[in-house]
Ligand binder design. Structure first.
Ligand code: COA
Ligand code: MG
Length: 311
């Protein structure tokens, strides 16, 4: 989708703001919302979907709208909302209730393909117009592995919407859809289907040029396990991770932050290219060959560290 004439294009710096740690907060709990704002999460995801029981939906919509209106300054912490799936009758009333609060973005669960993102893009444009918001300002983060058919469309997201901020994945709804007794093998690792979902999400996000966001870890008391999971996510190419408990946030932020040694190595790589002969494609540093992918990776690490520190 190309932005139509008259659309205000969102500021590119907000567009790329890293979603390093995203904390889920049940939308019907004022207490948890208050607690969540005191964390160092890069963003909150106020939930209107699975963590809210059907009879609490109206309350949750009202509380989420009030929270958004009361937290207009989002420089330190973005505020996102997870709405119900577009296949339900709840999605449009969710949007109609909360867009006036100018959320930074909408998390869209149980998508079938990029077509769902395009549909949400259109709904948001209509509601932004109604509320006098900059058109295109509300971003979208779809959960791209929650239905079996979605698994076959992970290559559909490139250029689907200028609102697309990233892709994320989840194992729970997929295993429910498959009628699986469990999504884990003996020993606790994800069964192959869910490892595939994770990899396809990672590949789909990078193919689309957007952030790859790792799924939640449910065991919120084991910080050591969480830290090693976060480090593995970062090594694999994920940019951020979702959390379900405030105690997970500092560990996630720490796990995604490059170490001083990595930053020093990245600076040395950039320096080696800068001092090489003009246009040199490959250089050496301490007896190691470096070519373009090393430079791209080093520049990316330095840029994301600068954004995290100043953004
Ligand atoms: N956001 C904000 N605050 C939270 C929170 C969250 N996600 N999870 C827990 N808290 C608060 C609790 O209210 C409690 O506050 P208090 O100290 O003022 O009493 C404090 O953090 C400690 O919580 P704790 O007792 O360890 O856990 P709990 O039993 O209250 O809650 C869960 C456990 C799993 C129910 C809770 O973490 C939760 O609701 N998580 C989010 C669930 C969700 O959104 N799921 C959808 C996405 S998968
Ligand atoms: Mg779910």
């Amino acid at each position: 989708m190309t932005p139509k004439e008259g659309h205000k294009v969102p500021n590119p710096s907000t567009q790329s703001a890293p979603l390093r740690s995203l904390l889920f907060v049940p939308g019907d709990s004022e207490k948890k919302m208050t607690k969540a704002q005191g964390t160092q999460a890069s963003g909150l995801i106020l939930d209107l979907e699975d963590s809210v029981s059907a009879d609490r939906t109206d309350t949750a919509r009202r509380l989420v709208r009030e929270y958004l209106l009361g937290h207009a300054d989002r420089k330190r912490q973005q505020v996102w909302v997870r709405i119900n799936a577009l296949s339900t009758a709840m999605a449009l009333p969710d949007l109609a209730a909360i867009v006036a609060g100018a959320p930074d973005g909408i998390m869209l669960p149980k998508v079938g393909s990029a077509q769902d993102v395009v549909a949400l893009d259109h709904y948001l444009t209509a509601l932004e117009q109604r509320e006098g918001l900059a058109l295109g300002s509300i971003r979208i983060l779809p959960v791209v592995t929650e239905t079996p058919e979605a698994m076959f469309t992970l290559n559909s997201y490139k250029n689907c919407s200028s609102r697309l901020a990233g892709l994320t994945w989840g194992a729970e709804d997929l295993s429910a859809a498959l009628g699986a007794a469990s999504n884990r093998v003996v020993g606790g690792e994800y069964e192959f289907t869910y490892q595939l979902a994770r990899s396809l999400c990672l590949l789909g996000a990078h193919a689309a040029g957007v952030q790859a966001i790792e799924t939640i870890s449910t065991n919120f008391r084991d910080h050591e396990a969480l830290l090693s999971e976060v480090r593995a996510s970062r090594r694999a190419g994920f940019d951020g991770k979702m959390a379900i408990h405030p105690d997970q946030i500092d560990t996630i932020n720490a796990g995604f932050a490059p170490s001083d040694l990595e930053l020093a190595q990245a600076r040395a790589i950039v320096q080696a290219f800068e001092s090489a002969k003009l246009g040199a494609g490959a250089v050496q540093l301490d007896g190691r060959m470096l070519d373009k992918p090393h430079l791209v990776q080093a520049l990316r690490m330095l840029a994301s560290s600068a954004e995290a520190n100043h953004g």
